[in-house]
Design a protein around this ligand. Structure first.
Ligand SMILES: NC(=O)c1ccc[n+]([C@@H]2O[C@H](COP(=O)([O-])OP(=O)(O)OC[C@H]3O[C@@H](n4cnc5c(N)ncnc54)[C@H](O)[C@@H]3O)[C@@H](O)[C@H]2O)c1
Ligand SMILES: [Zn+2]
Ligand SMILES: [Zn+2]
Length: 423
């Protein structure tokens, strides 16, 4: 067992055995669902302990009693979802965790992928899992040592909690922690529920003028912040972004906020590019000719787009996951330019390694978000530098989640938000 999980299981056990119980059972109630979660050393394990009781927190904890039901949107298996009443979560770490009442959740391509394929790479759905990880909400309970947030605060939730002990964690690259527990990545339950337990330092307060709906868009914005940081975008740079889905749009928006003056968006769907122009308040667009080789396509792009010098762009970002985008991006760069792979498509592709070598191209990956990315994402939204509201195509009630997944899969929307279950 990984050490972090072993420690947390130990802490949980010590807490249970403690003579001064912080949790007080009130009355027995019928089990609401039938999963056997025993033996799982993950976040969902902690849910199981409360399932036979209604409970309230006493002592130095908050005294408010949570609504006893915790409706959750659960992926049972490929294309099979259910609405379940899962146990109300308890603190995993009673000192440093908070419980958030979920406000809004954006549907991410990865949630749709688990719904339609049951796996992404080595992450395989082996037991039912609550979907969702792009969420905002309101804090309803705080652990005994939490000072950074309080009950009633509106927050964006960062959904991946690292171990804090491994080398990547200790050198400040916690997004690369191999032990991260990431919401709605098997086996960890996601946020499409009424309540969610999370460490307080993974909650980011939203300023009063930022809505909970915008708060749900902090997650994809943080993805874009990280990608654009990896690209080392500087004032005056020319940047080509491949893929005008939410991530690509936000990368272009963040690049603009970082001072990039010449931006080109590339997509194979014209309507996506039209939206990109509205979202960014103007940008050049390019639809690749799929009959051309990547090198020819890059030449054509440079010829057509006035924003890109003939010598090539400073930075190119893939946010499409298409192999041809990655290949074209390398050829579109100036000598000494930087490419960032943000899209996740095929595991392996042909790669123009000679162009990378001869032109001293810097090639970087980008995975989720790390130190400072969430803060910066909230800041960009709150200062009005990214109009994420305009990306919301539709808002639906919790009970309409399944239909919303179908619409996202059809690809005709930018972002769909699901409301947290109403009382
Ligand atoms: N690196 C990370 O941490 C991270 C996090 C979230 C998402 N992602 C990945 O980022 C990518 C974008 O995410 P999204 O939510 O915006 O997805 P999306 O599917 O909504 O957007 C992808 C866009 O790429 C376009 N596209 C497809 N083929 C293309 C091609 N050959 N050339 C140009 N454009 C093409 C599509 O039309 C679409 O508009 C996905 O691959 C996703 O898996 C990565
Ligand atoms: Zn996501
Ligand atoms: Zn770690």
């Amino acid at each position: 067992m990984q050490r972090a999980r072993r420690d947390s299981v130990k802490r949980e056990r010590e807490r249970e055995l403690s003579p001064v119980a912080t949790r007080k059972p009130l009355k027995k109630k019928a089990r609401t669902e039938s999963f056997d979660r025993t033996g799982n050393h993950d976040r969902s394990e902690n849910l199981g302990k409360a399932e036979d009781f209604d409970f309230a927190w006493v002592g130095d904890m908050a005294t408010e009693t949570l609504t006893e039901k915790n409706p959750s949107f659960v992926l049972q298996e490929v294309h099979k979802v259910s609405y379940e009443d899962r146990p109300v979560p308890q603190f995993k770490d009673p000192e440093n965790d908070v419980i958030v009442k979920v406000g809004w959740t954006g549907i991410c391509g990865s949630d749709v992928h688990y719904w339609s394929h049951g796996r992404i790479g080595s992450f395989v759905l082996e037991k039912p899992m609550v979907l969702g990880h792009e969420s905002s909400g309101t804090i309803v309970k705080v652990g005994s040592k939490v000072t950074s947030v309080k009950e009633g605060d509106r927050v964006a939730m960062e959904p991946g909690v690292p171990c804090r002990r491994c080398k990547p964690c200790k050198i400040g690259q916690y997004n690369l922690c191999p032990y991260v527990e990431f919401a709605s990545t098997p086996p960890y339950d996601g946020t499409l529920a009424r309540y969610y337990n999370i460490p307080a330092d993974f909650c980011y307060k939203l300023p009063d003028h930022v809505s909970l709906e915008e708060g749900a868009l902090v997650e994809p914005t943080a993805v874009a912040v990280h990608i654009t940081k990896q690209g080392d975008v500087k004032p005056g740079n020319s940047v080509v972004v491949f893929g005008a889905g939410p991530v690509g749009l936000l990368c272009a928006g963040v690049a603009k906020a970082y001072g990039a003056t010449n931006i080109v968006m590339v997509d194979i769907v014209e309507s996506k590019l039209k939206f990109a122009q509205e979202f960014l308040g103007g940008c050049e667009i390019y639809i690749p000719d799929t009959s051309k080789t990547p090198a020819e396509s890059a030449q054509a792009l440079k010829r057509k787009c006035q924003n890109i010098p003939e010598t090539g762009a400073d930075v190119a970002i893939d946010a499409s996951g298409a192999a041809s985008s990655t290949q074209t991006a390398i050829h579109v760069l100036r000598r000494g330019g930087t490419f960032v792979q943000g899209g996740m498509g095929r595991d392996e592709i042909n790669f123009p390694i000679m162009a990378v070598c001869a032109n001293e191209i810097t090639v970087k990956g980008s995975f989720r978000y790390g130190q400072g990315d969430y803060e910066l994402a909230v800041g960009l939204i709150s200062r009005g530098q990214l109009n994420v509201k305009s990306m919301i195509s539709k808002k639906v009630k919790f009970e309409e989640a399944e239909q919303a997944f179908k619409e996202v899969k059809e690809g005709k929307v930018v972002k769909v938000l699901i409301e947290g279950p109403r009382d």
